[in-house]
Ligand binder design. Structure first.
Ligand SMILES: [Zn+2]
Length: 290
């Protein structure tokens, strides 16, 4: 009976992914997506060099969760974690070797509110050139230079998580590369929007950021649990994070003109941004107005 239940579940997953797959294929602009993987991992079922749905499910990690593989856009999922109905079990480790700590060092910035914006990762101080290891086995989805993240690598794991490693000085992997836990995916650096060499690490589920502290003890460099129970509670913080509104100061503006423009008060602006009425503001600075 359990086997039958599993088969029914698989059939449903294949069906739902097949629908999504057809939709993506029609809208596909070609290149950069699954095509690159198809060349790299040819299978027996391929027709005219294209995988069938079972091939996608077997080659791409957690394809049943995502139904897509995008090697160009870092964040392209439209999943809303705050609306998760059921709790999901994310198996982080079967064996001791299933996890390697990405980099052990001093934590310089935590996940959570940071000034005017939410910080969706954790920052670890390092020296440029330090080796960065991938936390879990997986397939590299993104390896590119981004204006904000600098040199960034994103790896999709079988358990459905994606981990992101940013501000690297060098990338050592390409999209489609299969990596074992502990493989060096790049070298630490100070690229992109970064002041000082550090690793910015994110853990995401279908694009939604999870507090990396729920998974890893960053002081000790060990996993906190073998199975992460993920629910809407883990994403509840997004409701307030997303209701925030920002304003980029233009020359000639003062706190009172900005307050009037956004229907708020100078006191509220000061509270939201941790500043006083006499704090200096300058053109180009981004402040939170809601
Ligand atoms: Zn960061």
């Amino acid at each position: 009976m359990p086997e039958l239940k599993f088969m029914v579940k698989q059939a449903f997953l294949i069906f739902s992914c097949a629908l999504a797959f057809t939709a993506t294929a029609q809208e596909s602009t070609g290149g950069g997506f699954e095509e690159s993987l198809m060349e790299k991992y040819p299978t027996e079922n391929m027709v005219e060099g294209v995988w069938d749905i079972n091939d996608s499910l077997s080659v791409i990690p957690a394809y049943d969760d995502y139904c897509m593989w995008d090697t160009r856009n870092i964040h392209s999922y439209d999943f809303d974690g705050t609306k998760m109905v059921e709790e999901v079990d994310i198996v982080l480790r079967h064996d001791a070797c299933d996890f390697h700590h990405p980099f052990r060092g001093k934590i310089t910035s935590q996940f959570g509110e940071r000034g005017a914006r939410h910080h969706y990762g954790i920052d670890i101080k390092l020296r440029t050139g330090d080796a960065i290891k991938v936390a879990f086995e997986g397939v590299v989805r993104i390896s590119q230079y981004s204006r904000t993240y600098g040199n960034v690598v994103v790896v999709r794991h079988n358990n459905g998580l994606e981990t992101l490693y940013a501000h690297l000085s060098a990338r050592k992997v390409k999209p489609g590369d299969h990596v074992e836990s502990g493989a060096i995916i790049g070298l630490g650096g100070n690229t992109g929007r970064s002041t000082g060499s550090h690793l910015h690490f994110e853990a995401r589920y279908k694009g939604e950021p999870i507090d990396p502290n729920t998974i890893i003890d960053w002081e000790l460099g060990v996993l906190k649990t073998d199975v992460l129970k993920l629910s809407a509670d883990d994403f509840a913080y997004l409701k307030s994070a997303r209701s925030k509104k920002y304003h980029t100061i233009r020359s000639g503006e003062s706190l009172s003109t900005i307050a009037r423009k956004h229907g708020t008060s100078v006191n509220t602006l000061c509270r939201l941004n941790g500043m006083s009425k006499t704090s200096t503001i300058y053109a180009g600075k981004k402040i939170r107005v809601r």
